[in-house]
Design a protein around this ligand. Structure first.
Ligand code: MLT
Length: 248
């Protein structure tokens, strides 16, 4: 039995479920919890891929969590890997989603090149632990503006990434590597979808976000200035403004 997802929650109101990125932890949502928990019950689970080892299994675990909130369909948002899970949820359990927020993510599967990189990373983590992969990701994900003007954000990202265990990193890489993607899910969606992207995101670039927003019948695009792949942490003021406008 894989069991329920561990979660933290803050605030009262309608639930807002936020799904974290890789290789990060639910605390990456702290700026959104702070901004929104006076009006929303912000629920941030840890996506434990060692127990739910695929996007489909993780989407089913999130579905179980949503049912347990006993609040009907809820707003679900995810950044990057969290977006992969959100789209899998939207495809498998559309009746549980009231609206979706997809940040710095993509609806297609990995390219062969990315799959090969993930396999190399898995071997590296098995041999050396998480440090080399964390160092590489902490350099690769934030945009140049953040690195130049807000080095404390990069240090915070590195600290958050330092909390994950090697076996979790290997399992999450596997789930991302084998995912088939959610192409077609957005076109079939019947709920409002906010697609957010940092204008300096090179991992899931603005062009991908634009196409995703255009594919969803009720899609809306928000571009966050001066942010790379971790737009919610790199420019929380702009990210939260877009999120609050969408939620209201
Ligand atoms: C993430 O931020 O979750 C990762 O960049 C996702 C990925 O590696 O595909």
């Amino acid at each position: 039995m894989a069991g329920p997802l561990e979660l933290t929650e803050a605030g009262t109101g309608a639930p807002l479920v936020l799904l974290h990125a890789f290789p990060l932890v639910p605390d990456m949502w702290a700026p959104q919890v702070e901004a929104l928990s006076s009006r929303w019950r912000v629920v941030t689970p840890f996506l434990d891929f060692t127990r739910h080892p695929s996007m489909e299994a993780m989407a089913d675990a999130v579905a179980e969590l949503v049912r347990g909130l006993d609040a009907g369909p809820v707003v679900v948002g995810g950044l990057s890997m969290g977006g992969y899970v959100t789209m899998a949820l939207l495809g498998r359990h559309p009746e549980l989603v009231r609206a979706a927020v997809l940040a710095d993510t993509r609806d297609g599967p990995d390219s062969d090149e990315v799959r090969e990189r993930r396999t190399r990373q898995q071997a590296q983590v098995a041999a050396e632990g998480t440090t080399p992969v964390v160092e590489a990701m902490a350099e690769a994900l934030p945009g140049p503006t953040t690195k130049r003007e807000r080095p404390e954000v990069v240090a915070h990202v590195r600290e958050l990434m330092g909390r994950v265990a090697p076996e979790w990193v290997i399992a999450a890489l596997e789930a991302m590597k084998v995912r088939t993607g959610s192409t077609g899910v957005l076109a079939a969606s019947a709920v409002p979808v906010l697609v957010v992207v940092g204008d300096e995101d090179t991992v899931s670039p603005p062009g991908v976000a634009r196409d995703m927003a255009a594919a969803a019948p009720s899609g809306r695009l928000a571009v966050v200035a001066g942010a790379g792949h971790l737009s919610n942490l790199e420019n929380p003021v702009a990210f939260n403004a877009e999120l609050e406008a969408f939620l209201s």
